[in-house]
Design a protein around this ligand. Structure first.
Ligand code: ADP
Ligand code: MG
Length: 400
């Protein structure tokens, strides 16, 4: 796989470079509430700009319906990117139209421009190869015959989309620094991780993560289950889970997992229950097999945190995906904080994957440098660990 350094050594001064970045930040109105992804995209963009490239960045924001929608404009991102770079970032009003053409024509050596939300064009995410191909042709034409493509949006490499996959077949394509780093970290986890290797999974739905649980169980020493999915496991063990999140249709497959890998699976021994789903709900700690009928589990309890922390402290490799509880409510954040703190305290090579998990690290005030790697792509890292091909990476490895 050719990477950014290969491109830089070919020389990029004056050359147009199209960069697919992941700038999909959470917004509150026009205010960015967590700029982690913009900051993670900065090193690649800055290296290209410092080397004199004319950098054209393409990215998506949110899930617009394949047509322009001001709610999903990248304008706040262009502003933030400019602040962090210390240089103006021109935002084109469209993707491949007149505005984009004039912004690209106006680029000088080392300057950076951003194209408007790539998902304003329905062809970006089309299942039809020809439709995506047509958009990729237009993107390639926008930057011209001598241009290069740098794929640096790790959060989207599991998607076969025009600006991720198809454009890489039309321009000389290179992995950006972020994609390269993410893939290297994931290879460490799937290759020969130092043992004990412990994985903590949480979040809301078992069905989202059943695939990764199945793929990981043979490879890990311990798999700790927290979050909303824990209740499907507790139900599979025959316990009442009250009004907790429960996926009835997953109970059978969960029973099977427990029967086959019961020695590796670690479930909460106590939980924090609430009388309703609200920040100010009434709160109680109960044993995991004694959840009252009208109560719902919103966090793992203190004895579970101790149990999990003991395993995490001994581990030499840790992967964590999915909060242990509804950390957005401060009264139900202790479990997630406890798990995260135990990972920070361990000497393990530790990887955090998942948008909400990464946000939890930051909002709960844990040191980001307490983890070896915080992945910018939850879905992409899970699919990789599941053993699935990432089209946006495979296309960089293959022949053009
Ligand atoms: P990630 O983005 O890190 O992959 P997910 O998207 O799978 O994580 O899940 C995150 C969500 O799971 C959070 O919004 C959190 O509130 C929710 N969650 C965690 N524990 C519970 C629970 N016990 N009941 C309901 N939701 C939960
Ligand atoms: Mg999430």
């Amino acid at each position: 796989m050719k990477n950014l350094d290969d491109l830089l050594s070919e020389g990029v001064r004056g050359r147009r470079v199209l960069v697919r970045a992941d700038l999909n930040v959470p917004l509150d109105g026009e205010k960015i509430t967590d700029d982690g992804r913009v900051r993670a995209s900065l090193p690649t963009i800055r290296k290209l700009s410092d080397a004199g490239a004319r950098v054209v960045v393409t990215a998506h924001l949110g899930r617009p319906k394949g047509e322009p929608d001001p709610k999903f404009s990248l304008a706040p991102v262009a502003g933030r990117l400019g602040e962090l770079l210390g240089a103006d970032v021109a935002l084109a009003a469209d993707l491949v139209g007149d505005s984009a053409k004039s912004v690209v024509a106006g680029l000088t050596d080392g300057s950076v421009a951003l194209l408007e939300n790539v998902r304003f064009d329905a062809r970006e995410t089309s299942k039809d190869d020809a439709e995506r191909g047509a958009l990729a042709d237009e993107l390639a034409a926008l930057v011209g015959p001598d241009a290069a493509f740098v794929s640096d949006g790790f959060g989207v490499v599991h998607r076969k989309q025009a600006s991720v996959y198809d454009v890489a077949k039309r321009l000389p394509a290179y992995a950006g620094g972020l994609v390269l780093a993410e893939v290297e970290v994931l290879r460490t986890l799937t290759g020969d991780p130092k043992r004990p290797y412990a994985v903590v999974l949480g979040g809301s739905k078992v069905s989202d993560k059943l695939g990764v649980i199945q793929a990981l169980l043979p490879k890990v020493d311990k798999l700790l289950i927290g979050g909303g999915m824990a209740y499907t496991f507790l139900a599979a063990q025959g316990h009442n889970v009250g009004t907790s999140l429960l996926q009835e249709d997953q109970i059978e497959s969960t029973k099977q997992l427990l029967a086959e890998h019961g020695d590796k699976l670690v479930l909460p021994v106590d939980v924090v229950v609430a009388d309703r789903f609200a920040a100010e709900a009434e709160r109680r700690v109960v044993a995991a097999d004694a959840i009252p009928a009208d109560w719902m589990g919103l966090d793992i309890g203190p004895r579970s945190v101790e149990l999990f922390a003991g395993i995490l402290r001994e581990a030499r490799t840790v992967f964590w995906n999915g909060p242990a509880g509804v950390f957005e409510f401060p009264a139900f954040a202790d479990g997630t904080r406890g798990v995260a703190q135990a990972i920070v305290d361990s000497d393990a090579f530790s990887v955090v994957g998942g948008g909400d998990s990464a946000a939890a690290v930051r909002t709960l005030g844990l040191p980001e440098d307490g983890f070896s790697h915080i992945s910018t792509g939850g879905g992409a890292s899970l699919e990789y660990l599941e053993g699935k091909d990432l089209p946006g990476v495979a296309v960089l490895e293959g022949e053009r």
